[in-house]
Design a protein. Structure first.
Length: 119
């Protein structure tokens, strides 16, 4: 029974992330936060949660919250270039240019072919 319950929680988590992704694609960023925030508050650890939460904060011009979420995602997976790039973008918005350059360099160290950095 415990295996079944574990699978149900995993399915529910994936469904929540999928719904958040659809809201993100349709630019309903507040809805993304509404879906994902309770998961974060309950200690659910998922790089997808932090990626979409950070991206939603960024799109809502909530750059400090975006930085916090990007850092949480990076703690989970320091080798995920897109998180470092997003972090760099948020730093630029706050005019923290040295931190932005460091984040971009880290993204390029992880993935030298990550072309979004150059635009």
């Amino acid at each position: 029974m415990m295996g079944f319950e574990g699978n149900m929680k995993k399915i529910d988590l994936q469904q929540a992330i999928s719904i958040a992704h659809k809201y993100y694609q349709s630019k309903q960023y507040s809805q993304v936060k509404h879906i994902l925030q309770p998961l974060i508050q309950h200690g659910v650890q998922s790089i997808d949660i932090y990626y979409f939460m950070a991206a939603a904060h960024y799109c809502l011009d909530e750059y400090e919250q975006a930085i916090e979420a990007y850092h949480c995602g990076i703690q989970m997976n320091p080798d995920f270039a897109i998180l470092h790039a997003g972090l760099g973008n948020a730093y630029v918005q706050l005019k923290f240019y040295d931190a932005a350059i460091n984040s971009y360099n880290q993204a390029l160290t992880i993935n030298p072919d990550y072309l979004d950095i150059y635009y």
